[in-house]
Design a protein around this ligand. Structure first.
Ligand SMILES: Nc1ncnc2c1ncn2[C@@H]1O[C@H](COP(=O)(O)OP(=O)(O)OP(=O)(O)O)[C@@H](O)[C@H]1O
Length: 346
């Protein structure tokens, strides 16, 4: 079975701005994969390339082995997309919105109606089926986007910041639902700004910055890349001279030592296994230890460290060139595609 998503040296330029700078990424079938990166990293551009809303400038992109441009319909039929923006037809009852979507993917009317009911129940807004999109609360709108993504029973579910601006209860409901879908076999690609969300849900995450992949790893692997802090309470304070000589004394396994009053902070790679050694070394030097705490680097700190960027190498495109670039349908000279318009093609 080919991977759910495979891109090789994927490039997208909007005028002079290189939003994707040779991105190679593989998401295996059945994975729950997170895409993390600061604003402007290129996450939405990556997704839009997969679903045909953006035409790539170079490289390759396949979904379950189907080229996203040459085999557009097959690739697209495999994907359910819940986008960041609310781009739903406001003039129809939401059940009809879902039926139109299913119909576009070739599902006959009766079956489309059944599927619409089923997914509305699954996301918990079945009782709103005859209402129009504008009448729904913000949280219900998010649920509807998910229902629309699910109505075609996709093998790959793409969620672009699905929990942005939703309350805690709904966030947990959505987490439970997508976890269930993944356990049933659906591959999930999730972008999020909530590190906790990625940590809780994803098998692997890719960290992106400025259109490039910085790393791909499991959340646990990523956390081992940060340094831990062993905070030691001492019976008597250490002065600055003492701190400096301790740092020199303790040796290469210590990345840094600092003190505040009678607390000594020692930075090491793996706090759990290093703590006994730190205690021995301190006691051997005559320090009396009152207590000890170890704090692990959070995924958030690692993320911030990796994506901190002083010098943005990308340049902004001119308004004129970006306007031209926002229309992949225009690029290909094909007629406007109603489905793509519904999904927010610019
Ligand atoms: N249609 C467009 N025309 C011109 N530039 C664009 C267009 N779409 C995105 N960009 C630019 O491409 C870069 C990547 O944007 P993108 O929306 O893919 O990032 P992102 O990682 O999804 O960000 P966010 O987390 O804020 O949603 C940004 O610099 C953005 O301004």
């Amino acid at each position: 079975m080919p991977p759910a998503i495979e891109t090789v040296d994927l490039v997208k330029e909007y005028g002079e701005l290189r939003a994707l700078q040779g991105l190679s990424l593989t998401v295996e079938e059945g994975e729950f994969f997170g895409l993390l990166g600061p604003n402007g990293a290129g996450k939405t551009t990556f997704i839009n390339t997969l679903v045909g809303l953006v035409r790539k400038t170079g490289g390759e992109a396949r979904v379950f082995g189907h080229d996203v441009e040459a085999d557009y319909q097959q690739a697209r039929n495999a994907i359910g997309l819940a986008p960041q923006e609310f781009n739903v037809d406001r003039f129809f009852p939401i059940k009809e919105v879902l039926m139109h979507k299913a119909g576009y993917h070739g599902i006959p009317n009766d079956e489309a109606a059944e599927r619409a009911d089923e997914v509305l129940k699954r996301v918990g807004i079945y009782d709103k089926r005859d209402e129009r999109f504008d009448w729904l609360s913000g949280g219900m709108k998010r649920r509807l986007l998910l229902a629309r993504a699910l109505v075609t029973d996709p093998d790959l579910l793409i969620l672009d910041e699905p929990t942005a601006g939703v309350d805690v209860q709904l966030r947990h409901d959505l987490w439970d639902l997508v976890t269930e879908l993944n356990e049933e076999g659906t591959t999930v690609l999730l972008t999020t700004h909530y590190i906790e969300e990625a940590e809780r849900l994803c098998d692997r995450v890719a960290i992106m910055n400025e259109g490039r992949k910085l790393t791909v790893a499991t959340p646990d692997e990523l956390k081992t890349r940060g340094t831990d802090t062993i905070s030691v309470g001492l019976e008597s304070p250490v002065d600055a001279v003492g701190t400096a000589s301790l740092e020199a004394d303790l040796g290469a396994y210590v990345h840094g030592v600092s003190t505040t009053g009678d607390r000594l902070e020692v930075r090491v790679d793996d706090g759990g296994s290093t703590a006994p050694r730190v205690l021995n070394d301190l006691e051997a030097r005559g320090y009396e230890i009152a207590d000890l705490e170890i704090s692990r680097t959070s995924l958030e700190e690692i993320f911030v460290d990796m994506t901190r960027s002083e010098d943005r190498t990308v340049t902004r495109s001119s308004a004129a060139s970006s306007a031209a670039e926002t229309s992949p349908a225009g690029d290909s000279g094909s007629e406007a595609d109603p489905e793509r318009e519904q999904e927010g093609i610019a």
